[in-house]
Design a protein around this ligand. Structure first.
Ligand code: HSE
Length: 349
């Protein structure tokens, strides 16, 4: 039975949920997936760090309170984060990177990815910063050391979008996409439609763990912009940076706008989209759009996300599913590890 040793960077909602899944599902994974996971190190800017080369008890990790320096109460634990030590010296085969997203330079997460990949340690990440800003360099580095760099959870949490488009829709000639790519803003728009005001709806989205650490990124469209860059670069072969994408969020949409849209059988949605033009260039944008209720995306409510791919051979193909959430995003990390495992088996044949 293959056992992957994993190190967790960031122990907020996502990696805590992954630890919970490890605690509950290792036996099932052994049977269904052919591997188990052992957590050998964790580092978190708030909780501190802990290394256990023989394996840390995932149940004990999950029970650690969200209090500053709380890892110091564990055997071998420290109140200080130790990202570099955990990456380089915990003996991990795979680093699960789920620290906060920095949309400006992708740091420090990009450096964490680099430290791991340089050592031939694979990285699975849900972090949009390193992927939107540095995917090409990180993929090249991974190839040079024989490691994998996987990031399904950077867009639509565990709902298969990137890998599905690249693998299952290979050859379908994707020419563009449009989608609802931010759970928080869609939750706010849906809640406003049900009569809640903007700030109460946002507070609820924060409680449910959908919103970014700084929810401005959710409501002003910056989060969607990073996801549009990732999808356009990965699926349309673009080389976009966030500055190439015009971006407007939902903060100017009023309760009256929502009600008058409803009277006209339509709904406001925050749409991220990109198209490849006949000349081969790719244009992309993020903006609130008034969609008629007959549009497939108009019916997508709450924190649910959806993306419609335009393909030459199949027409539009739409994927609807979770776009945020702790377990949902932790599942993305699992799906990346499954992909690494399958590739490893293929290489061994
Ligand atoms: N804050 C994001 C959202 C989380 O609300 O969709 C996933 O990127």
């Amino acid at each position: 039975m293959t056992e992957y040793k994993i190190a967790l960077l960031g122990f907020g909602g996502v990696n805590r949920a992954l630890a919970q899944l490890v605690a509950e599902k290792n036996e099932l994974w052994a049977e269904e997936l052919g591997f188990t996971l052992k957590i050998v190190g964790v580092s978190d800017i708030f909780l501190g760090s802990v290394i256990g080369k023989d394996g840390l008890d995932p149940k004990k990790l999950v029970a650690v309170p969200a209090a500053k320096g709380a890892f110091s109460a564990l055997e071998n634990g420290s109140a200080e984060p130790a990202n570099e030590t955990v990456i380089r010296f915990s003996g991990a085969d795979i680093v699960a990177e789920a620290t906060f997203t920095n949309p400006v330079d992708g740091e420090p997460a990009t450096t964490f990815c680099r430290w791991a990949l340089e050592k031939g340690i694979s990285v699975v990440t849900t972090n949009k910063g390193p992927v939107a800003l540095h995917a090409a360099a990180l993929k090249k580095l991974a190839t040079s050391t024989g490691a994998a760099f996987e990031f399904e959870g950077a867009v639509m949490s565990g709902t298969p979008v990137i890998r599905m488009a690249q693998e299952t829709l290979a050859g379908s000639e994707i020419t563009g996409f449009k989608g609802i790519l931010n759970g928080t803003s869609n939750f706010i728009l849906s809640s406003m439609q049900a009569g809640l005001d903007f700030s109460n709806a946002l507070a609820k989205a924060q409680d449910l763990g959908y919103a970014e650490a700084d929810p401005t990124a959710d409501v002003e469209g910056h989060d969607v912009r990073l996801k549009v860059v990732i999808l356009a670069n990965e699926l349309l072969g673009a080389k976009l940076t966030p500055n190439d994408v015009c971006c407007e969020g939902i903060s100017k949409i009023t309760a009256e706008d929502i009600q008058s849209a409803a009277r006209a059988d339509s709904r406001w949605k925050l749409i991220g989209s990109a198209q490849r033009t006949p000349s081969g260039t790719v244009t992309a944008s993020v903006s609130p759009q008034l969609l008629p209720n007959t549009d497939a995306l108009a019916g997508v409510s709450g924190a649910t996300n959806a993306v419609s791919f335009e393909t030459n051979l199949l027409g539009p193909v739409t994927v609807v599913g979770a776009g945020a959430g702790r377990i949902e995003t932790a599942y993305a990390l699992l799906s990346d590890i499954i992909s690494i495992h399958k590739n490893k088996i293929k290489q061994a044949i």
